[in-house]
Ligand binder design. Structure first.
Ligand SMILES: C[S@@+](CC[C@H](N)C(=O)[O-])C[C@H]1O[C@@H](n2cnc3c(N)ncnc32)[C@H](O)[C@@H]1O
Length: 242
């Protein structure tokens, strides 16, 4: 059962999606309510809180839910509506999303119209789009869409665009997680097809290979399960640039 605070936060964070149409609004509510990553980012304080505010880069940003989620969280916090024991949320001062699918970009831009945080959504491929200087980069369920060589290039470019002490939050499936990974992979292929991608395969790695790839780039990596309440084999890698 969803607690009252999370319900209020979802209401606030999804309000702007009414301007993007019924599908966008229902999708936003379903995703923010059902995906454990969004609450974990806040509860566990996984994003840095630079004194000058957070410049966030969201790769494979979909509808750019994260921009609304973080800004609404900060508003709740500042009005005194914040769960005891949760880390204070960052102050979002710049948001850049990069998204391949034009329909998602259109919905994202419709909901970001008049948003108080300077926000940009670039329609393009994360493999070639230039990344702005950032304090945090979030990549949720995206990197396995591109081949292994391209993944390594993206991760290197992410490292290079991060400020010292900056964070990469990367959610991936663990290819060694048995039947849970098989479910993750099958659902992913179906969902990507429905969303208009025409991929013949996904490029997954065992968790230890993801960790090694990040450590080879100099990141300090922390791993936590991130598929609670779902049948998936997802893990969230929290990687800090020294
Ligand atoms: C599973 S969705 C996740 C969306 C978002 N990260 C979230 O958690 O709400 C994956 C997204 O990555 C996008 N995507 C896949 N490959 C991409 C690429 N090469 N460049 C940019 N976006 C990509 C898809 O279009 C889709 O919107």
């Amino acid at each position: 059962m969803r607690d009252a605070f999370t319900t209020r936060l979802i209401d606030q964070a999804t309000h702007a999606f009414r301007a993007a149409g019924a599908f966008a609004w229902h999708f936003a509510r379903g995703k923010l309510g059902g995906d454990p990553a969004f609450a974990a980012l806040l509860r566990d304080g996984l994003l840095p809180r630079p004194a000058s505010g957070l410049r966030l880069l969201d790769l494979g940003s979909g509808q750019s839910l994260l921009c609304h989620w973080l800004h609404s969280a900060r508003q709740c916090h500042d009005s005194g509506d914040w769960p005891t024991g949760w880390a204070p949320p960052p102050v979002l001062t710049a948001y850049t999303g990069v998204e391949l699918m034009p329909t998602d970009v259109t919905r994202a831009l419709a909901a970001l119209h008049d948003h108080p945080v300077p926000a940009t959504v670039l329609q393009g491929d994360i493999c070639v789009t230039a990344f702005p200087d950032s304090d945090a980069v979030v990549i949720l369920d995206v990197l396995h869409y591109v081949d292994y060589a391209a993944q390594d290039v993206v991760l290197r470019r992410v490292r290079d665009c991060l400020a010292p002490g900056g964070a990469l939050l990367l959610r991936v499936g663990d290819a060694e997680a048995g039947w849970r990974f098989a479910v993750t992979n099958a659902v992913d292929l179906l969902v990507t097809f429905v969303r208009g991608h025409r991929l013949s395969r996904l490029y997954c790695r065992p968790l230890r290979a993801w960790v090694a790839a990040l450590e080879n780039l100099g990141f300090a990596v922390d791993v936590r399960p991130m598929s609670q309440g779902t049948p998936f084999a997802n893990v969230l890698l929290s990687a800090r640039r020294p």
